[in-house]
Design a protein around this ligand. Structure first.
Ligand SMILES: [Zn+2]
Ligand SMILES: [Zn+2]
Length: 155
């Protein structure tokens, strides 16, 4: 069996925690309302896709006032941010689930310290295979950082 380290890595980090998601949104300057926070938590706690109805129910149980329009707007927002993805079971029955995270590597600019990221197509599959062959080491995951100068910092 050929192990694909990157695929395993993706599985291990399939979903982010609510703290991570909330932290990232705040860091990118987004508002964090009580409803938004609770909707994110509902998804990180649920192992199955959630409907608008189920989310409204959750918010009601937590005594958070939010109507259908608010929930729809929040779901649309979170989908646009690639935090959620919509699953269409049928015309009327749309549900949402947490979008799986892509395995990324950091690009760190040594001039402005900005951190960007990159997704590589075949990534380190070959390298991991070589590590396995040479060292009999079963790679479970890897991390890779590139240091250099970003486009904006290049004259
Ligand atoms: Zn830079
Ligand atoms: Zn990788």
């Amino acid at each position: 069996m050929r192990l694909n380290g990157c695929r395993i890595h993706v599985k291990m980090h399939l979903v982010a925690s609510d703290e991570q998601i909330i932290g990232n949104l705040k860091a990118s300057g987004e508002r964090m309302t009580v409803a938004r926070r609770e909707i994110i938590r509902a998804f990180t706690r649920s192992s199955s896709p959630l409907s608008v109805k189920a989310i409204l129910e959750t918010l009601k149980n937590k005594e958070i006032s939010a109507n259908k329009t608010t929930v729809y707007r929040e779901l649309k927002f979170l989908a646009k941010k690639n935090i959620l993805r919509a699953i269409q079971f049928d015309e009327r029955n749309r549900r949402y689930e947490l979008a799986p995270e892509e395995h990324r590597h950091h690009l760190i600019c040594t001039t402005c310290k900005r951190i960007d990221d990159v997704v590589l197509n075949h990534d380190l599959d070959e390298v991991e295979q070589r590590v396995k062959d040479q060292k009999k080491f079963k790679v479970e995951r890897h991390a890779l950082e590139f240091y250099g100068v970003c486009e904006m910092c290049q004259d």
